[in-house]
Design a protein around this ligand. Sequence first.
Ligand SMILES: Nc1ncnc2c1ncn2[C@@H]1O[C@H](COP(=O)(O)OP(=O)(O)O)[C@@H](O)[C@H]1O
Ligand SMILES: [Mg+2]
Length: 149
Amino acid sequence: MYKEIIIKDITEMNEFALKVSKEIFPGFILCLEGDLGAGKTTFTKFLGLGMGFTDNINSPTFTILKIYEGELNLNHMDVYRLNGIGADYDLEEYIYSDDVCVIEWYKNIIESIPEERLVIEIEIIDETKRLLKIEGVGKYEKIVQKISN
Ligand SMILES: Nc1ncnc2c1ncn2[C@@H]1O[C@H](COP(=O)(O)OP(=O)(O)O)[C@@H](O)[C@H]1O
Ligand SMILES: [Mg+2]
């Protein structure tokens, strides 16, 4: 299932992330793609708020993985620096788990990512406007439908 939606500003991004947070289940895999400054981390912050995390979620670029512990753990990864290594066996423990995983620059470790996943690619249209390309495989197909309207 593939859908595209336009987000006109950061408030709409917040609303969208809240909608996504309602679809979360243990083992949820969410892959984010998009240029620097597109809004991957901003989206994740809003998603975290939707999951009940009040701690400030910020860019994990220099740590690769940050874990927020809650009813469901949120594993926030930014694998930008793992520049196309294909697989990362250390991270797989966190990916194949009951935690919720959000992975920025997921293509860099594509071989470690299950095929059943939700992918959101964020394209910058202008300063505040974004095009979201949303793709879901398997159990994520109906989620694409729900979050895109
Ligand atoms: N509609 C929007 N959605 C997300 N971020 C937005 C939007 N409009 C403006 N921004 C700004 O764009 C920047 C996105 O940065 P960030 O989330 O760190 O991007 P990335 O993680 O993709 O590099 C932030 O400064 C944010 O305030
Ligand atoms: Mg980021």
